[in-house]
Ligand binder design. Structure first.
Ligand code: AP5
Length: 207
């Protein structure tokens, strides 16, 4: 069976970590606007480059992101969607282009989110995710999967992380409320080990 799963949550809630596992488990696409935009950071658009928004912790304009998502979903036979929709306009657009089987919110306390973001390290080559305390690599600074160098994302400084959280509260919480009002939102406690959180999400998807 093909799954169409939407994973919502604040920056650092574990969307990327869990989406990758879910996509693997169910053999569907991991569609992530954050990764897609990072891969096209310098792309010139009529609004400027994605980088100029991302480094400030702001949202990239809707037309740019909508186009990326529509193209990715068009090609996908089942997906886990991560990082979109981030405002009510994007939610409206999404409802025009696809249906969803599950909408899951990862719930994590704000100070835990800041710790997770500022301690995150990503592989510069393959994009694998680590955390200096919670998910350290076997050798400091080196990716377990490909041996690549681990770096800190430019938007993972404490100042920009807090700005991103504010953008989430202002723009994305109304999206969460929208799915809650529709009665389709399932909230999952995201404060446990990645494997425990994954088991909780799988229970939701399979129930
Ligand atoms: P994006 O890349 O989507 O960033 P985000 O939503 O801020 O989410 P993160 O990737 O920071 O966190 P996550 O929830 O995926 O957590 P992760 O699993 O990595 O977006 C970046 C930027 O792109 C935006 O600011 C915006 O500018 C732009 N953008 C993207 N989508 C857009 C859109 N739709 N519209 C407009 N602009 C858009 O985990 C975080 C850390 O915690 C990791 O180190 C991980 O190892 C650790 N961790 C994960 N789970 C656990 C756990 N259970 N216990 C302990 N540690 C854990």
């Amino acid at each position: 069976m093909s799954h169409r799963i939407l994973l919502l949550g604040a920056p650092g809630a574990g969307k990327g970590t869990q989406s990758a596992k879910l996509a693997d488990e169910y053999g569907v696409e991991h569609v992530t606007t954050g990764d897609a935009l990072r891969a096209n950071k310098e792309m010139e658009t009529e609004y400027g480059t994605p980088k100029s928004f991302m480094d400030a912790g702001e949202l990239v304009p809707d037309p740019v992101v909508n186009e990326i998502v529509e193209a990715a979903l068009d090609d996908a036979d089942g997906f886990v969607l991560d990082g979109y929709p981030r405002n009510l306009e994007q939610a409206e657009y999404l409802s025009e282009i696809t249906d969803l089987d599950a909408v899951i919110l990862l719930d994590v306390d704000e100070e835990v989110l800041v710790d997770r973001l500022t301690g995150r390290r990503v592989c510069d080559d393959c994009g694998a995710n680590y955390h200096v305390d919670f998910q350290p690599p076997e050798e400091a600074g080196v990716c377990d999967e490909c041996g690549g160098e681990l770096i800190q994302r430019e938007d993972d400084t404490e100042e920009t992380a807090r700005e991103r959280l504010q953008v989430f509260y202002d723009n994305t919480e109304p999206v969460v409320d929208h799915f809650r009002d529709e009665g389709v939102l399932v909230e999952v406690d995201g404060e446990a080990t990645p494997d425990e959180v994954f088991a909780r999400i799988r229970d939701v998807v399979e129930s």
